[in-house]
Design a protein around this ligand. Structure first.
Ligand SMILES: [Ca+2]
Ligand SMILES: [Ca+2]
Length: 244
Protein backbone atom coordinates (compact mmCIF):
# COMPACT_ATOMS: atom_id res chain seq x y z
CA UNK A 1 0.00 0.00 0.00
CA UNK A 2 1.42 3.38 -0.98
CA UNK A 3 1.39 5.94 1.79
CA UNK A 4 1.88 9.63 1.31
CA UNK A 5 0.36 13.03 1.35
CA UNK A 6 -3.06 13.08 -0.37
CA UNK A 7 -1.90 15.86 -2.69
CA UNK A 8 1.14 13.82 -3.73
CA UNK A 9 -1.02 10.78 -4.41
CA UNK A 10 -3.39 12.88 -6.48
CA UNK A 11 -0.50 14.27 -8.53
CA UNK A 12 0.88 10.77 -9.10
CA UNK A 13 -2.53 9.53 -10.20
CA UNK A 14 -2.85 12.40 -12.66
CA UNK A 15 0.61 11.71 -14.09
CA UNK A 16 -0.23 8.02 -14.52
CA UNK A 17 -3.48 8.96 -16.23
CA UNK A 18 -1.70 11.31 -18.62
CA UNK A 19 0.96 8.72 -19.41
CA UNK A 20 -1.74 6.17 -20.18
CA UNK A 21 -3.57 8.61 -22.42
CA UNK A 22 -0.38 9.36 -24.33
CA UNK A 23 0.12 5.67 -25.03
CA UNK A 24 -3.43 5.04 -26.12
CA UNK A 25 -3.73 4.82 -29.92
CA UNK A 26 -5.55 7.79 -31.33
CA UNK A 27 -9.04 6.89 -32.34
CA UNK A 28 -12.00 8.89 -33.56
CA UNK A 29 -14.02 10.44 -30.81
CA UNK A 30 -17.25 8.57 -31.17
CA UNK A 31 -19.99 8.05 -28.69
CA UNK A 32 -22.30 5.07 -28.80
CA UNK A 33 -25.44 6.33 -30.47
CA UNK A 34 -28.75 4.99 -29.27
CA UNK A 35 -30.12 2.59 -31.89
CA UNK A 36 -27.13 3.21 -34.18
CA UNK A 37 -24.13 1.55 -32.56
CA UNK A 38 -22.05 1.56 -35.74
CA UNK A 39 -22.70 5.03 -37.15
CA UNK A 40 -19.71 7.30 -37.69
CA UNK A 41 -18.23 10.06 -39.79
CA UNK A 42 -16.08 8.30 -42.35
CA UNK A 43 -14.61 10.87 -44.74
CA UNK A 44 -14.49 14.62 -45.31
CA UNK A 45 -13.37 16.57 -48.35
CA UNK A 46 -13.49 20.26 -47.41
CA UNK A 47 -11.79 21.91 -50.39
CA UNK A 48 -12.80 20.71 -53.85
CA UNK A 49 -11.03 22.39 -56.73
CA UNK A 50 -10.34 20.50 -59.93
CA UNK A 51 -12.53 17.45 -59.58
CA UNK A 52 -16.26 17.26 -60.14
CA UNK A 53 -16.80 15.06 -57.14
CA UNK A 54 -20.61 15.10 -57.30
CA UNK A 55 -20.64 14.55 -61.03
CA UNK A 56 -22.99 17.41 -61.87
CA UNK A 57 -20.72 18.82 -64.54
CA UNK A 58 -19.71 21.86 -62.51
CA UNK A 59 -16.62 22.48 -60.44
CA UNK A 60 -17.60 24.45 -57.39
CA UNK A 61 -17.90 24.36 -53.62
CA UNK A 62 -20.84 21.96 -53.83
CA UNK A 63 -18.33 19.20 -54.58
CA UNK A 64 -17.29 19.29 -50.94
CA UNK A 65 -18.66 16.27 -49.14
CA UNK A 66 -19.03 14.35 -45.90
CA UNK A 67 -19.32 10.55 -45.89
CA UNK A 68 -21.08 8.58 -43.17
CA UNK A 69 -20.71 4.87 -42.52
CA UNK A 70 -22.93 2.49 -40.61
CA UNK A 71 -20.60 -0.25 -39.45
CA UNK A 72 -23.29 -2.18 -37.59
CA UNK A 73 -25.37 -5.11 -38.82
CA UNK A 74 -28.60 -3.19 -38.24
CA UNK A 75 -29.97 -0.17 -40.15
CA UNK A 76 -29.62 3.27 -38.59
CA UNK A 77 -32.53 5.70 -38.60
CA UNK A 78 -31.01 9.16 -38.97
CA UNK A 79 -34.30 11.04 -38.90
CA UNK A 80 -33.78 14.30 -37.02
CA UNK A 81 -30.03 13.85 -36.65
CA UNK A 82 -27.79 16.77 -37.51
CA UNK A 83 -24.61 17.27 -39.44
CA UNK A 84 -22.72 20.42 -38.56
CA UNK A 85 -19.35 22.12 -38.65
CA UNK A 86 -18.24 24.06 -35.57
CA UNK A 87 -20.75 24.21 -32.78
CA UNK A 88 -22.62 27.49 -32.67
CA UNK A 89 -20.47 28.90 -35.48
CA UNK A 90 -19.92 28.61 -39.18
CA UNK A 91 -22.72 27.12 -41.26
CA UNK A 92 -26.14 26.24 -39.94
CA UNK A 93 -26.54 22.55 -39.12
CA UNK A 94 -28.15 20.25 -41.62
CA UNK A 95 -31.00 18.12 -40.26
CA UNK A 96 -31.67 14.72 -41.80
CA UNK A 97 -35.24 14.52 -42.96
CA UNK A 98 -37.66 11.99 -41.49
CA UNK A 99 -37.28 8.57 -42.99
CA UNK A 100 -33.54 8.86 -43.59
CA UNK A 101 -32.20 5.36 -42.98
CA UNK A 102 -28.66 4.16 -43.52
CA UNK A 103 -28.52 0.42 -44.08
CA UNK A 104 -26.20 -1.96 -42.32
CA UNK A 105 -22.61 -1.57 -43.50
CA UNK A 106 -23.65 1.19 -45.92
CA UNK A 107 -21.98 4.46 -46.83
CA UNK A 108 -23.83 7.74 -47.44
CA UNK A 109 -22.27 10.78 -49.11
CA UNK A 110 -23.69 14.21 -48.42
CA UNK A 111 -22.48 16.98 -50.73
CA UNK A 112 -22.58 20.63 -49.87
CA UNK A 113 -25.40 21.06 -52.36
CA UNK A 114 -27.54 19.08 -49.90
CA UNK A 115 -26.18 20.12 -46.53
CA UNK A 116 -25.22 23.74 -47.36
CA UNK A 117 -22.36 23.35 -44.94
CA UNK A 118 -19.18 25.11 -45.99
CA UNK A 119 -15.99 23.74 -44.52
CA UNK A 120 -13.15 26.20 -44.20
CA UNK A 121 -9.85 25.26 -45.85
CA UNK A 122 -7.77 26.56 -42.94
CA UNK A 123 -9.30 24.55 -40.17
CA UNK A 124 -12.78 23.51 -39.26
CA UNK A 125 -14.78 20.68 -37.71
CA UNK A 126 -17.44 18.25 -38.79
CA UNK A 127 -19.86 16.92 -36.20
CA UNK A 128 -22.63 14.34 -36.11
CA UNK A 129 -25.29 15.09 -33.54
CA UNK A 130 -28.24 13.05 -32.33
CA UNK A 131 -31.75 14.54 -32.12
CA UNK A 132 -31.20 15.01 -28.38
CA UNK A 133 -28.15 17.13 -29.34
CA UNK A 134 -25.75 14.56 -28.00
CA UNK A 135 -22.50 14.60 -29.96
CA UNK A 136 -21.95 11.19 -31.55
CA UNK A 137 -18.85 11.81 -33.65
CA UNK A 138 -16.61 14.66 -34.69
CA UNK A 139 -13.40 15.41 -36.51
CA UNK A 140 -11.38 18.62 -36.61
CA UNK A 141 -8.53 19.63 -38.89
CA UNK A 142 -6.20 22.60 -38.98
CA UNK A 143 -5.58 22.85 -42.70
CA UNK A 144 -6.67 21.12 -45.86
CA UNK A 145 -5.41 20.72 -49.40
CA UNK A 146 -7.40 20.96 -52.62
CA UNK A 147 -9.18 17.74 -53.61
CA UNK A 148 -7.71 15.96 -50.61
CA UNK A 149 -9.90 14.21 -48.11
CA UNK A 150 -9.57 13.16 -44.52
CA UNK A 151 -10.50 9.50 -44.10
CA UNK A 152 -10.99 7.09 -41.27
CA UNK A 153 -8.30 4.48 -41.69
CA UNK A 154 -9.06 0.93 -42.68
CA UNK A 155 -8.84 -0.29 -39.10
CA UNK A 156 -11.22 2.48 -38.02
CA UNK A 157 -8.83 3.71 -35.35
CA UNK A 158 -7.66 7.05 -36.70
CA UNK A 159 -8.10 9.72 -39.34
CA UNK A 160 -5.56 9.98 -42.14
CA UNK A 161 -5.11 12.38 -45.01
CA UNK A 162 -3.00 10.06 -47.14
CA UNK A 163 -5.87 8.03 -48.56
CA UNK A 164 -7.23 9.11 -51.94
CA UNK A 165 -10.76 10.57 -51.90
CA UNK A 166 -13.37 7.82 -52.12
CA UNK A 167 -16.89 9.27 -51.97
CA UNK A 168 -19.37 6.40 -51.63
CA UNK A 169 -16.62 3.82 -51.54
CA UNK A 170 -14.61 2.26 -48.75
CA UNK A 171 -11.59 4.22 -47.58
CA UNK A 172 -8.43 2.56 -48.70
CA UNK A 173 -4.77 3.50 -48.88
CA UNK A 174 -3.43 4.62 -52.22
CA UNK A 175 -2.47 1.80 -54.48
CA UNK A 176 0.27 3.65 -56.25
CA UNK A 177 2.84 1.96 -58.35
CA UNK A 178 2.46 -1.57 -57.32
CA UNK A 179 5.40 -2.40 -55.29
CA UNK A 180 7.05 -5.43 -56.64
CA UNK A 181 5.84 -8.13 -54.41
CA UNK A 182 8.66 -9.28 -52.32
CA UNK A 183 10.38 -12.06 -54.04
CA UNK A 184 9.97 -15.27 -52.20
CA UNK A 185 12.81 -15.97 -50.01
CA UNK A 186 14.95 -18.45 -51.85
CA UNK A 187 15.26 -21.62 -49.99
CA UNK A 188 18.42 -21.37 -48.04
CA UNK A 189 21.29 -22.69 -49.96
CA UNK A 190 24.30 -24.05 -48.24
CA UNK A 191 26.85 -21.35 -48.15
CA UNK A 192 29.55 -21.88 -50.69
CA UNK A 193 32.20 -21.42 -48.11
CA UNK A 194 34.19 -24.53 -47.92
CA UNK A 195 34.98 -24.67 -51.55
CA UNK A 196 34.78 -28.21 -52.31
CA UNK A 197 38.10 -29.73 -51.82
CA UNK A 198 39.48 -30.93 -55.10
CA UNK A 199 41.08 -33.79 -53.33
CA UNK A 200 38.49 -36.38 -53.80
CA UNK A 201 38.68 -39.67 -52.18
CA UNK A 202 40.25 -41.69 -54.93
CA UNK A 203 38.13 -44.44 -56.23
CA UNK A 204 39.46 -47.73 -55.14
CA UNK A 205 41.62 -49.27 -57.78
CA UNK A 206 42.59 -52.82 -58.23
CA UNK A 207 46.12 -53.46 -57.04
CA UNK A 208 48.48 -54.58 -59.82
CA UNK A 209 49.32 -58.20 -59.61
CA UNK A 210 52.40 -58.44 -57.57
CA UNK A 211 54.87 -60.46 -59.47
CA UNK A 212 56.84 -61.95 -56.78
CA UNK A 213 60.36 -62.43 -57.93
CA UNK A 214 61.16 -65.96 -56.83
CA UNK A 215 64.00 -66.06 -54.45
CA UNK A 216 66.71 -67.89 -56.20
CA UNK A 217 67.16 -71.26 -54.63
CA UNK A 218 70.45 -71.29 -52.88
CA UNK A 219 72.64 -74.10 -53.93
CA UNK A 220 75.38 -74.43 -51.39
CA UNK A 221 78.68 -74.15 -52.92
CA UNK A 222 81.21 -76.47 -51.31
CA UNK A 223 83.66 -74.51 -49.26
CA UNK A 224 86.94 -74.53 -51.15
CA UNK A 225 89.00 -74.10 -47.95
CA UNK A 226 87.49 -77.22 -46.47
CA UNK A 227 88.21 -79.18 -49.62
CA UNK A 228 91.78 -78.02 -49.59
CA UNK A 229 92.37 -79.21 -46.05
CA UNK A 230 90.55 -82.53 -46.53
CA UNK A 231 93.64 -84.66 -47.44
CA UNK A 232 95.53 -83.34 -44.42
CA UNK A 233 92.65 -84.16 -42.12
CA UNK A 234 92.39 -87.57 -43.57
CA UNK A 235 96.16 -88.09 -43.02
CA UNK A 236 95.81 -87.26 -39.35
CA UNK A 237 93.12 -89.81 -38.77
CA UNK A 238 94.76 -93.07 -37.63
CA UNK A 239 94.09 -96.05 -39.77
CA UNK A 240 91.70 -98.59 -38.45
CA UNK A 241 93.81 -101.50 -37.21
CA UNK A 242 91.02 -103.74 -38.22
CA UNK A 243 91.71 -102.62 -41.78
CA UNK A 244 88.16 -101.59 -42.00
CA1 LIG B 1 -19.71 19.42 -59.06
CA1 LIG C 1 -15.01 6.95 -48.59
Amino acid sequence: MVRGHPATLLLLSLLALLAGAANTPRRPLRAMAAGCPGIRLNELLPQPQRVDWNGDGTLNGDDSYVELYNGADTPCDLSGWQLDDQANAGSAPYTFPAGTVLGAYHLRVLFRGTTHITFEPYGDSVRLVQPDLRLVDQYSYFSSSPDTSFSVSVDGRTWVRSYPPSPGRPNLPATSTPNPSPAPDPSPQPSPTGTRSATRTPAPRADPTVTVTPTPTFSPTPCPAYIGYLPMIQALIPADPAGG
